[in-house]
Ligand binder design. Structure first.
Ligand SMILES: [Fe+2]
Length: 266
C-alpha cells in the first residue's frame, strides 16, 4: 500500500509559531509532533494536503508546481501570521496523476503550476509541524466552494485510489476545523450543542463508522458551521477506507471552533 496514513489536522493561527501556542491548544501541537514522527517512520515521500483556506470558488485545484517557495502573510490573521517563509519540494508527476483522476470521474479540476502562488495558512501551519525540515514533497489541494459534499467525497475517493495505486509512499492530510461558528476570544469553547455534534462525529470516526459520519456531515456541517462547509471532511472520508482505523491524538478550541488531530492507518 502506498497510502501510508490519512490525517485530520488543525491550523489555528495561534499555532503558527510554537512560542505563541496557548495552553488549550498544546495537545494539538503534541499530536502534530507525534504525526511528524509517524510520517518519518513510514518513509513518506509525498504529503498531499487539502486546506479549507485554499478555497477556490469553481475548481478543485491541484498545485503541481515542482518547487514551492514563498513568504506567507495571512490576511485572516495578520497579527499572528506575518512574513513566514516556507520552501518545500513539489511533485509534479503525482499532482498530474491526481488531476487526471479527478477529470476521469468528471469533477472540475484545475492544475496549478505557478511559482507566484503563495500558500494559505491552512497549508503552511500544519506543515511547519508535520514536515519541519521541509524535506518531503508536497502537493497542495484546494477545496471547491461550489462543489456539494457528494462531489467532494467522490473527488476524495479518486484521490485515495490514485495514492493507493501509485508507487510512492504518501500521506493524505485534511487541514480544517470541526464546528466553526467563530466568536471573538480564542479561549472560547463551541456551544454545548456544537460540542455534542463534534463528539458524535468524532465518535463515529473512532468506531470506524465512516458511512455514518458521512451521513451526519450533511446536517452537522450546516448546523455547526463546520469549516469550508465540511468539504475537507468529505474529501477525507472519500480517501479513508474501512481498514484504516482512527486514533485521536489531540483536541482543542480556537475562538469557539473545535479542532482535532486524528490519524487513519491500517
Ligand atoms: Fe481555518
Amino acid at each position: 500500500m502506498s497510502l501510508e496514513m490519512a490525517l485530520l489536522v488543525a491550523h489555528a493561527p495561534s499555532m503558527c509559531h510554537e512560542e505563541n501556542v496557548p495552553v488549550f491548544q498544546q495537545s494539538l501541537v503534541a499530536g502534530l509532533k507525534k504525526m511528524r514522527d509517524r510520517i518519518v517512520e513510514a518513509g513518506t515521500e509525498v504529503v498531499v494536503i487539502i486546506s479549507t483556506h485554499f478555497a477556490a470558488p469553481f475548481h478543485h485545484c491541484v498545485d503541481v508546481t515542482p518547487h514551492h517557495k514563498g513568504i506567507l502573510t495571512a490576511f485572516e490573521a495578520l497579527d499572528l501570521i506575518s512574513d513566514v517563509p516556507y520552501e518545500y519540494p513539489g511533485d509534479e508527476e503525482l499532482g498530474k496523476q491526481l488531476a487526471a483522476a479527478g477529470k476521469r470521474i468528471g469533477v472540475p479540476v484545475l492544475e496549478v503550476n505557478d511559482t507566484t502562488y503563495v500558500w494559505d495558512y491552512g497549508t503552511v501551519v500544519p506543515l511547519r509541524y508535520l514536515v519541519p525540515n521541509e524535506d518531503i514533497a508536497v502537493v497542495s489541494l484546494s477545496v471547491c466552494l461550489s462543489a456539494p459534499l457528494e462531489e467532494t467525497y467522490r473527488w476524495g475517493t479518486a484521490i485515495g485510489q490514485t495514492l493507493r495505486e501509485g508507487g510512492k509512499k504518501t500521506v493524505f492530510v485534511s487541514s480544517g476545523a470541526l464546528s466553526h461558528n467563530l466568536v471573538r476570544g480564542r479561549e472560547n469553547m463551541p456551544s454545548r450543542s456544537e460540542q455534542a455534534m463534534d463528539s458524535q462525529f468524532i465518535g463515529y470516526l473512532k468506531n470506524g463508522q465512516y458511512a455514518d459520519a458521512r451521513e451526519m456531515l450533511n446536517q452537522y456541517s450546516r448546523i455547526a458551521g463546520v469549516e469550508s462547509g465540511g468539504r475537507h471532511l468529505a474529501a477525507l472520508l472519500g480517501v479513508v477506507e474501512p481498514t484504516q482505523k482512527a486514533e485521536v491524538w489531540g483536541q482543542g478550541q480556537s475562538s469557539a471552533s473545535w479542532n482535532a488531530i486524528i490519524s487513519f492507518a491500517s
